[in-house]
Write a new protein. Sequence first.
Length: 154
Amino acid sequence: MKYCTHCGKELFDEAVICPGCGCSVNGQTNTAYGAVDCSGLINTLAQRMNINGIIWLVIGILQVIGGLTLNWFLLIVGVLNIISSIQDMNYSKALPDNPTGIVAKFEPLTGPIITLVYNLVIGGVIGVVGSIYYFVAIRNYVMENKQAFESLDA
C-alpha cells in the first residue's frame, strides 16, 4: 500500500487519483499553476460552495419573507444572507480558474461564527442550517485537504 503525498490517505498500489482529496497520485504537475494537479479536489470544493450559495439563497429568501410579514430584523439578515449566497456562487464559478488562497479564505473562524450568531439570534434557527453545512461540508473539507490546497499556492 502507498499513501497520498497530499492528504496522507492510504491508497491502492494501482491508484492514479486519491479518493480522499482528488489529487493526482503520480505527481503530475498542473502547468497553469506549477502545482500538483488537484482538479478533483477543486471541483468538489466549487460544487460545495455552489450548494452553500443555494442554501443561503433559500434561507435569505425565507428570512426576507419573514421580515416583510413578521419582524423587520429578519429582513436585514435575509438581505445579508442573499448577498452572501451570491458571493458564494460567484466564488464557486471562479474557483476552478483561480484556485489560490483557499486555506487563507476558509481557515479563519471569525466570519462564519459571526454569521452563525446573527442568524441564530436575529434570523432564527433556519440560518443555523446554512452555518452547519458550511462548517461540515466546506471548512472541514478544506482543513482535511489543507496540504493539497496549500500546494496550489506554491
